[in-house]
Design a protein around this ligand. Structure first.
Ligand SMILES: *Cc1c(COP(=O)(O)O)cnc(C)c1O
Length: 407
């Protein structure tokens, strides 16, 4: 009886509700002055969501400019080594090298519809900043990217890329001078410039409607995967895995599979030096309910509710929060959240490079590291899809440094 109720719950899954909640997660925890902007954004998004011209333009540019559909590649040598049939969804082959561009394309098209000429964004590692700057160059929009001063130092190549693309990079010195501070600054900018400015958020976090909107722009990943696996295997996969920072590549991959309850969905968070060390970025595995950047979700915080400084070898996972929908799906048991340490991620990074000739992003390497460690514990001869969220070129310096090699 209980089982069938649960199943029905997923057959009719349709969140967020009209207030932007996924269960108790999400919402709009922002200054009163920002509410008109969020309402304007939500109304505009609802309009374009069912607009066939918009959908056509989005699909056309995903194809011609981003290079979609991305292949679903059966990794034969990796499969042989780990004893399953493993398929990689190649988001690393997208223009700009990761899944981020799916979302920035959607949001920039929306900004154009809304008549906003100035785009702002936050970025951590610089991947979302580069994807936003790319789309702004493509459409002739002005682009300003907020980035923690610490990250500006650590991610110099991406700062240079954004500048080449015509964007202005604003270094943020407050707090720990990292991603969360950049996002605070971007929200502040938006409050003072709502009339001409569009704020392009890079993951499924922030106040409603962002978590819903970013998920919708990213769900192309899971939609394609479903078609591709049905075509090659004539069945759905047993497991679908993705790494989790804010949660956008995971939600994009998982969303079209939510109703297919026979498919196990697994999200891999960054365990840094280990969950018990306290130096990690695993918000669901190691955090508590809290409010940050306009939303209620799992959050890494101390007893007083102060945000704890996070650590991960991969800058893209180094964020103290996570999107509300993943928090909800994890609580409800639809998505299983696990974690991989820096060391395990590096093992995954090396494994894929050697076995398949594909150098993965350190973010995606967390799923690979987890799979390497736990392949034997999964059901024998499983069909596994792993979302390869990005390519590893941006991480060469980080890995070289660890191997004491200077490039
Ligand atoms: C930004 C990034 C991530 C983490 O962000 P999500 O919103 O959790 O997807 C993962 N992989 C790559 C390659 C990234 O650039």
């Amino acid at each position: 009886m209980k089982k069938s109720t649960k199943k029905n719950q997923w057959q009719s899954y349709n969140l967020p509700n009209h207030l932007g909640y996924f269960g108790e997660y999400g919402g709009q925890f922002v200054a009163e002055t920002l509410m008109p902007a969020l309402n304007e954004l939500e109304a505009a998004y609802k309009k374009i969501r069912s607009d066939s011209h918009f959908k056509k333009e989005f699909k056309r540019l995903l194809k011609d400019y981003v290079g979609r559909p991305s292949p679903l590649y059966e990794a034969a040598r990796l499969s042989q080594k780990l004893g399953h049939r493993i398929f990689l969804k190649r988001e690393d082959l997208n223009h700009t090298g990761a899944h981020k561009v799916n979302n920035t394309l959607g949001q920039i098209l929306l900004a154009l519809k809304m008549g906003k000429k100035r785009i702002i964004a936050e970025t951590g590692a610089g991947q979302h900043g580069v994807a936003t700057a790319t789309m702004c160059a493509r459409f002739g929009l002005s682009c300003e990217v907020y980035m923690g001063a610490e990250d500006v130092q650590r991610q110099a190549p991406n700062v240079f890329r954004m500048k080449l693309l015509g964007a202005k990079v604003i270094a943020v010195h407050s707090g720990t001078a990292t991603l969360k501070d950049a996002m605070n600054e971007a929200l502040r900018d938006w409050i003072s410039n709502v009339s001409n400015t569009y704020y392009c958020i890079g993951t499924v976090a922030g106040p409603h409607p962002y978590p819903m909107m970013v998920r919708d722009f990213q769900k192309i990943i899971g939609e394609e995967t479903k078609q591709q696996i049905l075509k090659s295997m004539n069945r759905l996969p047993d497991y679908v895995m993705a790494c989790v920072g804010g949660g956008s590549n995971a939600m994009g991959m998982f969303y079209p599979f939510i109703k297919d309850t026979q498919v196990k969905l697994m999200g891999v968070e960054a365990a840094g030096y280990g969950i018990r060390s306290g130096k990690h970025a695993a918000a669901i595995v190691g955090g508590r309910l809290g409010v940050l950047h306009g939303q209620k979700s799992y959050l890494l915080q101390d007893a007083e509710g102060q945000i704890i400084p996070t650590h991960s070898i991969s800058a893209g996972l180094d964020y103290p929060g996570v999107g509300p929908e993943l928090s909800y799906l994890a609580d409800q048991g639809r998505v299983q959240i696990v974690s991989a340490t820096d060391k395990e991620a590096l093992e995954g990074f090396e494994m894929l490079s050697h076995l398949e000739g594909i150098i993965p992003a350190l973010e995606s390497s967390h799923s690979l590291g987890y799979l390497k460690k736990y392949a034997k514990k999964l059901k024998k001869n499983s069909v596994i899809v792993l979302n390869l969220s990005g390519r590893g070129d941006k991480d060469l310096n980080t890995v070289a440094k660890l191997q004491k090699i200077s490039l």
